[in-house]
Design a protein around this ligand. Structure first.
Ligand SMILES: Nc1nc2c(ncn2[C@@H]2O[C@H](COP(=O)(O)OP(=O)(O)OP(=O)(O)O)[C@@H](O)[C@H]2O)c(=O)[nH]1
Length: 71
């Protein structure tokens, strides 16, 4: 997985679990599992979203902004 590369150790990773308005969209938990994120040491966050309505987009970007400002 790309995320284990040493030079990316401190890079925060934001994942959008998009298309949550569609019944077959993968859930946040499914995506977390599929990407094996619980074993990833760098900061990561999976935000559910719907790009069509905009739901979740600001929340995800707020998280990323907070991570960057922390450095
Ligand atoms: N219903 C729904 N459709 C979406 C959402 N986000 C994107 N789409 C639609 O998905 C289609 C593909 O979007 P693109 O921006 O081209 O994304 P892509 O990565 O090329 O393709 P995907 O594999 O569909 O993500 C477009 O018709 C978008 O309008 C969403 O949250 N809900």
């Amino acid at each position: 997985l790309l995320l284990v590369q040493d030079e990316l150790r401190d890079v925060p990773v934001l994942v959008f679990a998009n298309k949550q308005d569609l019944p077959r969209a993968m859930s946040v938990d499914d995506i977390t599992e599929a990407l094996s994120l619980s074993g990833v040491r760098q900061p990561w966050f999976v935000q559910s979203s719907c790009a069509v309505s905009g739901a979740g987009l600001v929340e995800g970007l707020d998280w990323l902004s907070d991570q960057i400002l922390k450095k």
